[in-house]
Structure formats: C-alpha cells, structure tokens
Design a protein around this ligand. Sequence first.
Ligand code: ADP
Ligand code: MG
Length: 246
Amino acid sequence: MTPALEVRDLTVVYRDAPALDRATLAVPAGTLAAIVGPNGAGKSTLLKAVQDLVPRVNGEVRVFGVPYRQARLRVGYVPQRTAVDWDFPTDVLDVVLMGTYGRLGWLRRPGRAERETALSALELVGMRDLAHRQIGQLSGGQQQRVFLARALAQQAELYLMDEPFAGVDAATERAIVDVLRGLRAAGKTVVCVHHDLESVPDYFDWVALLNVRVIASGWVSEVFTPDRLAETYGGRLGLLTRIGMA
Ligand code: ADP
Ligand code: MG
C-alpha cells in the first residue's frame, strides 16, 4: 500500500548545522504515528519541511505517492500552539472556518455549508458553545481544541500535528485522543510530534525516533525499545527508568 507520508533523504540546514540530516521514513496509511526525540531534534522542522514551510537542502517528500504540492489540500496541519499570536482579534468560529478555505478556492466566501462543517468540527472537540468567544480569551487546552477543529474542518486525509498534547489538561488530552482515534477509524493518518514517552505505546501504532537523524522508525511494538530510546536521547537513562523501560 502507498504510504501516507514518505520522506527520503530530507536535509534542512538553518545556519550552518543541519537541523535534519538525511531523514528517511515512510508512515503507513491509516495509522496514528508519533515523532519523538529530545528538544532541538528537528521534530517541528520535519513537519514544516514536509509542507515546504522551510527550505530543504536536499530530499524528497511524497504524500499518498505524489509530491506534496499536488496533495496540499489532503494535508491538515496543527502547528505548535505557542508559535501562534493568540491576541489576534478573531473568534473561534472564524479560525475554524479557515480550515475550509483551501477547498473553496479564490472568490468564494464560506457559506452555510462551510459554517455547518466548522460547527460540527467544534462539536467534535467539545467547543461548540464557545464558537463566538475571542481566541485571546481561551485557555491553553481550548486553544488546542480550536486548532484541532480547524484541521478537522479541512477534511484532510493526512494530519500533521505539532505537540497537540503540550500544556493541556487531562480532560482535553482525553478529548484529543478520542478525536485521533476517530480519525484513524475513518481511515485517516495522523502524524504527531509527541513529547510524553510514557503514552506512546498507548496512543500510537507507529513511531519515528528522531535526533537530527532518524534513529529508527516502524511499528511501536518493534521499534520503541530501551536501546533505541537511549540512542535517541543520548543515553540519558534516568528518563528511561522513570518510564519503566530500563
Ligand atoms: P524540535 O521541534 O525537535 O524541538 P526544531 O525543529 O524546532 O526542534 O529545531 C531544530 C533545531 O533547529 C534547533 O537547534 C533549533 O534551534 C533550530 N531552529 C529551528 N527553527 C529555526 C529557525 N527558524 N532558524 C534557525 N534555527 C532554527
Ligand atoms: Mg518542536
């Protein structure tokens, strides 16, 4: 089967040192996939480079077997929440409606159908009641849900999410997990940058261990091992002890 996302020899250099060094991986379609690795490992860079948001020195990206440019509308992106200006004066529904713009094309404005799509997406993340709240007045968990709803409204097939669980409360974490599982049940593919190693086996099917290079990638049951984690995190074994793997 054609992978949902295929990255070959992807290299990104910001100034002089590579943030990503010949990263190669193939995420099977219909899976929940995690990208894990220490701070500065190039995880966010990988998600951005896949979408041509940062220039790559080298490498090839295919989404469902075709170059990203041809599959752009099939890819939904949830950026890292902290990378966004939440003081921008707009309400929740408008942000979620943005998810429908790609399909609308130029000249058409969102109408009733798009509004319904956006409201259903908000319902799915438990935020429908807050549709007219200014985004600056939301909690961190609510902001994350809005981002998720915007991606859902896009009706993509591959979702790229940068730390969707960062800084959210337990209720939001459960709500997000439910949404991710629903996406998988609908045959979608989700690739998340994820920082909590402990929950990887519970939440994800597939994992890539990244530290500038891809240390390993594959099914969690095969790849998520103490040796590979030690290699990825530079042998900081305290961490592995904490999660009961060493
Ligand atoms: P991660 O998401 O794994 O924490 P990033 O992909 O954000 O890592 O960053 C990887 C490396 O590239 C880090 O050393 C970071 O400082 C650097 N970096 C990220 N973005 C930029 C940028 N726009 N300009 C220069 N360096 C950057
Ligand atoms: Mg990051």
